[in-house]
Design a protein. Structure first.
Length: 422
């Protein structure tokens, strides 16, 4: 009787990647769910309490390049463990002391943001690239990205119940403890390279010898940043990612508002977030494997152009008392077409050599700060110029999507040699 094939340890790495999204999204979305409670506890204005989100966002996006370099210098296992530890400590301290003053709340939540900067694009592409061959990276990452969507849906139910049963402070302390447990798992379970478990990457031919792909980078210095910044490819990929974030952040910021301003209740509008999260998870299962078969840049372009078409359609739908379910459909499709995060991570892993992969991904993630915060502002200007008509935000989003998709198509081909060889 043939032996059962054991599950490759690479899928333990995938589970760890999934759990990084739980920490990340719990840190990001819990603030929006508890902002009113925090404001009431601190006795400050909404403008002041809103600084929590601003400080978090600036540090989260701005510090990614630091963690990317650290993952190249010391390995993604140590980098992920340290960043997860900082995020969990910050969450616990925010719950313990954040209610005493706005200053302490800002300091502790900024720690959370700095920690979270190291548990996504700055480290995951490097880790997944070590454990999966190029043709299997999209397949692996399709299981990582849904972690955020699932965590968001669960948090939206559990967090309000927790606040009602106890307090927002207790909820954050509990999240901090959960994050600490997950981070402990990173330390004991993660390995930087399959050779450390006597394995070859997932998807390797059966006769592939076990070889370490880890380079001794103990001599790496901060000059590695200069090396990465001099690479035109970093800017080529980075500019596309900035414009992608312009479009994506606009959609996320205004799709609930667009439904509310169409005459529907906050509950009806908020349901769009849950529906779109479900649909995005489904699309992620398609985009990742598809990018293993086609050029990643082609799949990114399909996602960007598809989202643009739906956004333009949604603009016209919003003009005349739109049907609620049509709104849900449009929002869900826009988010589904933009569920291409696994493809971005796989592309960053493919385009850069292992010794620069973390630094390059971290720099690109930091560059995205421009689009992440510029999108809502610029689209807000469009809304104001149109006399407060929120629908015009989706024209801005569609325009940015088309530009992003066009730039993506100009990325270098990765599989040219392989196809020519065939």
């Amino acid at each position: 009787m043939p032996k059962k094939k054991k599950l490759h340890y690479g899928y333990i790495i995938v589970v760890a990647g999934f759990l990084t999204q739980v920490i990340l999204v719990s840190s990001q979305h819990s603030l929006g769910l508890t902002l009113v409670d925090i404001q009431e506890t601190l006795g400050v204005s909404f403008a002041e309490v809103g600084l929590l989100s601003s400080y978090y966002g600036l540090v989260y996006a701005g510090a990614a390049f630091i963690w990317g370099w650290l993952s190249d210098r010391f390995g993604p296992r140590k980098s992920l463990t340290c960043s997860g530890a900082l995020a969990s400590i910050g969450l616990f301290l925010f719950g313990l002391f954040g209610g005493t003053s706005l200053t302490i709340a800002l300091i502790t939540y900024t720690i959370v943001g700095f920690g979270c900067a190291g548990i996504f694009l700055a480290t995951l592409p490097k880790l997944i690239a070590a454990w999966f061959v190029e043709e299997k990276r999209g397949h692996a990452l399709r299981f990582v990205s849904p972690g955020g969507a699932i965590a968001s849906m669960v948090l939206g139910v559990v967090m309000p119940l927790g606040v009602a049963a106890s307090s927002w402070q207790t909820c954050y302390m509990v999240i901090g403890v959960v994050a600490a447990v997950v981070t402990t798992g990173f330390f004991f379970l993660l390995r930087d390279d399959p050779s450390q478990k006597g394995l070859t990457p997932v998807g390797s031919p059966p006769d592939t010898p076990v070889r370490s792909s880890i380079k001794q980078e103990s001599g790496a210095t901060l000059s590695q940043f200069v090396t990465v910044l001099k690479k035109p490819l970093v800017w080529h990929l980075g500019i596309m990612y900035i414009i992608y974030q312009l479009a994506y952040s606009t959609q996320v910021t205004y799709y609930v508002t667009s439904i509310r301003t169409s005459g529907y209740s906050p509950l009806e509008a908020g349901l769009a977030m849950t529906i779109s999260s479900f649909v995005a998870i489904f699309f992620m299962q398609l985009w990742g494997p598809l990018s293993d078969r086609l050029e990643r840049k082609s799949v990114l372009a399909i996602g960007a152009f598809g989202s643009a078409i739906v956004a333009v359609s949604y603009f016209f739908i919003l003009q005349n008392n739109p049907n609620l379910f049509i709104c849900y459909l449009c929002v869900a499709l826009m988010q589904g077409f933009y569920g291409i995060t696994p493809v971005f991570m796989a592309a960053f892993a493919d385009y850069f050599p292992g010794e620069l992969r973390g630094t390059a991904s971290g720099v690109i993630s930091t560059l995205s700060l421009v689009g992440r915060y510029g999108g809502p502002f610029l689209s807000g200007l469009c809304i104001d110029a149109a006399g407060g008509r929120v629908a015009f935000a989706f024209i801005f989003s569609a325009s940015a999507s088309v530009v992003a998709g066009g730039i993506g198509l100009t990325w270098p081909r990765l599989r040219k040699k392989a196809s020519e060889g065939k």
